[in-house]
Structures are given as C-alpha cells and as structure tokens.
Design a protein around this ligand. Sequence first.
Ligand SMILES: NC(=O)C1=CN([C@@H]2O[C@H](COP(=O)(O)OP(=O)(O)OC[C@H]3O[C@@H](n4cnc5c(N)ncnc54)[C@H](O)[C@@H]3O)[C@@H](O)[C@H]2O)[C@@H](O)CC1
Ligand SMILES: [K+]
Length: 513
Amino acid sequence: MKIAGREEMLEIERYAMKEIGISGAVLMEIAGNQIAEEIMRSYPDQSVHITVLVGSGNNGGDGFVIARRLFDAGYTPDVWLLADEEKLEGDARTQYQIHTRRKLSLHLMEEGLSSLDETLKQSEVLVDAMLGTGVKGAVREPLNQIIEQVNSHDFHVIAVDIPSGLDCNTGKVENVAVEADETYAFTMPKLGFFLQDGPSVIGNWQVKNISVPEGLADDLEMNLPEVITRALATASLPKRPQFGHKGTFGHALVFGGSKPFVGAPIYSAHTAFHCGVGLSTLVIPEEVYPVIASQNQTALVRTLPSESGHFTGAGVEEALFEKVTAVAIGPGMGRFDQGPELIRDIIGHLDEQPVVIDADGLFHVKDQLELLDRYKGPVILTPHPGEMATLTGRSVAEVEADRLDIAQSFASEHNVNLVLKGHRTIVATPHGTWVNPLGNDALAKGGSGDVLTGMVTAFLAQGAAPDDAMRAAVYLHAASGEQAAIDCSHYGVTPDDIIASSRKVLKQLEGNG
Ligand SMILES: NC(=O)C1=CN([C@@H]2O[C@H](COP(=O)(O)OP(=O)(O)OC[C@H]3O[C@@H](n4cnc5c(N)ncnc54)[C@H](O)[C@@H]3O)[C@@H](O)[C@H]2O)[C@@H](O)CC1
Ligand SMILES: [K+]
C-alpha cells in the first residue's frame, strides 16, 4: 500500500481526470458514496443524529455528497456550510448547487457559532468535511474555533480523507486539528498519518478506492513510500525449508555488552534464536562473562579481552572464525576509546556478511561513515531519533520534524539500510522507503531496541535481503509490543514479554503466508 503526499495526490488525480478521463465530479460522487455507505453500515438506525461540517474546498464537496446520500437513505443529518457560499468553486460548487436545488436542508454561518454548538451537543456522529489535503498553515478563524468545539464533544468523529487541520505532508498540526475516531482516506493513506502529530489525530484509518487505483503512481513513475502491511511483513519473512538443519538457518553473532549493560546483548541473541536462527553467539568482554553466562541458556558465548568492563579492541579475529551469516554490533557495548577502532576491525574481518549496527555501535561509527559505503556486504543501521541526531549532526527535534526525508537521504547518501525507530518506524534503503503502521507505548522501554536488533539480525542470518529483513522485523517487533500489551498491560511489558509475544505473532504470520 503506497503513501502519498499532497503534490503526488494532486498529480495522480489530475492524471486520472485528464488522461484517463474520469471527471472530478464523478470522483467526488464515488468518494462521498463510499463514506456514506460506511456510515449507514455502522449506524443502520436512521434516527441517529449525524452532523456534517462542510468546508469551502473539494473536501467540503465530498461532505455534500455524503449528506445527500444520507438524506436519500432516510437519515436527516444536520449539514453546516462553514464557508461563504458565493466563494464555492468547481466540483464543490456543483455539489452545493445539487444540494440546494434538491431543497435539502442546510445551515449557514449566519446562524452563529452558538447555534452550531447546540447542534453539536445533540450529535452522535460528526462528519468532518471541513478541510482536506488543501489546508495551508494554521487553521484560520472561524474554523479553528469550530474544530476546538468539535474536539470538546464526545461523539463519534469521522474524518473525510484527512482530519481537518492535519498537514498532509508533514503530519504537523499548526494550531488545531480534528481528533478523529475514524479516517477514510481516498486512494492512499497520506504521509501525515505517520509523521509528527498525525498518529494522535487520525484514529483508525482505512483507504477507500474511488476508481483512482494506486497503481497510477507507477504509470507516473513515482517512487512512493509504502505501508508495511501484515501481508507485506509476512511476504518479507525468510523462507524456511522444511528439511533444513541448524546450519541451514544461519548463525547470528552479537558483539556487545559491558559492565553497565549486561542485559542488552542477551536480549538480542535470545531474540535471534526465537526468530529462527540455527545458532546464536554472543561475543562479550571477558569481565562480564560470569554474569552473562548465568543468565544465558540459548546462545554460545565467546569472550574477548576487556578492561574496565569494556572490550579492549583485541582478539576480534578469533571471535569471527565461525560460519557466521549475520553480525550485530553494539547492544550494550557502551562508549570507550577503542570503540571506533573495534568497529573498523570487525567490519574489516567480515566477508560480506550483513552487519547490523545499533546503540553505541552507532556512536563509534559516526565519525567514520565512509566505512559503511566501502563495505561490500549490506549494512543495516537501527538508530532511535537521538542516535540519528548523532549520526547526522542535527538535533532530535530536527530529526523528528523531518523523519522521512532525513532517513531517505541518509540511506542514499551513505548507501546503507536504515531503520529509524520511533512511534511510526521508518525503513529506508537507497531504493525505497516503508513505514510501519503499528507500535505502542509498551515498546518504549530499555531493552526493546535490543530485541529489534535481534529480529533484524535473525532474518538476515537466515538469508533475507536487507529490505525484507527490516520490514519483517519492525512489523514483528511492533505487533509483538501490541500483543504483549494485551497480555501484560501497557505498563507491565518487558523485553522478555516482547520476545515471548513475537512467537505468537510469528505463528499468526506463518498462518497467513
Ligand atoms: N482532486 C480530486 O479529484 C478529488 C479531491 N477530493 C477531495 O478534495 C480534497 C482536496 O480539496 P482541495 O484541494 O479543494 O482542498 P481542501 O478542500 O482540503 O481545502 C481547500 C479550502 O480550504 C481553505 N483553506 C486552506 N487552508 C486553510 C486554513 N489554514 N484555514 C482555513 N481555511 C483554509 C482554502 O481557502 C480552500 O477553500 C481532498 O482532501 C479530498 O477530500 C475528493 O473529492 C476526491 C477527488
Ligand atoms: K476532513
């Protein structure tokens, strides 16, 4: 499922109209019909009090269609035109004329905001057709006040295409936006659904096909980001030959650990094991061996010389003699003077196997990014926004405000594969971008990132291509967090619960495949 920004959506719709020949009025009719049908399905009782708020642009035009279809089906919605009727243009004007010529009831702004508030107080369902993809900047008077009124009421809010006030491209809410329970997006979800404030205002979202198939984006040679759907995540999992032996399923190696962080590498190595690798090996500083050995049952363990609880940088060659098929560097590694050299040394000794760099591994690599482009095998980086800020020399706020572009350009510039973690995690390669639609607060805990590293490394070790491994891992990780929150509460989820839930989720995905 592709994701569009404002300009791409306009170009695709223009193409559908001009080159394919479906008129804007037809598109609007289909769009409005689709949402009216959803409302009628959810609310079969025609006495339900529905209010439709209609704005001045084409989003408002959709609102007129929804209202007309509801009237036709025996409902009696309150329809409010929140714009000067003289200024309506194009298809929206046509819909307004159909509405008034049909003598369907319509409230105008002259009736006053207090009268509108009276209507809102009695409403059970609110259809938000005020502003769509065309919103620019902060919402102006009086719509900003109306949106605040809408948000203060407790009815079911259905947003047409996008909640009014949410920026389609950036996901930013400048001053105010409708807080929707349901958003029905036409043709494709919009970028803003996944960025900044978007996830907190869109509610549950669904795409409605209005006879503009997303495939038109390919005709126009657009390289759009895609949603990691359940089907895509399933298809991205490595295939498992039924008669394979443990050598078939790869060997994951996790370089990490230090005196303050003994749990991190264990989480990564255990996760790899739970996600299908034949063998999982921990490479740790020898001083932490007793603690790690006492907590670890699944992974093989190798130790390297250490000093003050960290690797000294010596002995890398010995740790890599196994038939390793993927390497993770960083979980719990900490910061120490020899870190950059250690990373160089590990990468220098690898034989084109995929390498995942996370946590302080990213800190040690930040001043030698050329190393990544030079390496002949695939490189996967899994930064959270703070680590991404370190890698790019920006502030966390700058990274968060421009996640998608920053991830895309970093991946292309350094020829790496990137998982930019966050509430809606982004996967970027030099060739494509994907957005994970899942994830919750249960994942926001120390150790959760180490689990994700273990998942990516596991799938790479089993032979998945980097984009497949990243998509499968971020989806599995987030779905496991959601599952764990159901089983253990949002407060109580630990990394071990995420690992345990990942088996449930993998079982469901296996069943789908
Ligand atoms: N283009 C098409 O073919 C189709 C468009 N559709 C609908 O059209 C929408 C886009 O329509 P438009 O491009 O007309 O734009 P919108 O209807 O989203 O908004 C444009 C109107 O909002 C006003 N406006 C913009 N920024 C504002 C602000 N900050 N404060 C207050 N008012 C503001 C503008 O003056 C303009 O009148 C989509 O979201 C979708 O709902 C659908 O009907 C399907 C077909
Ligand atoms: K809207």
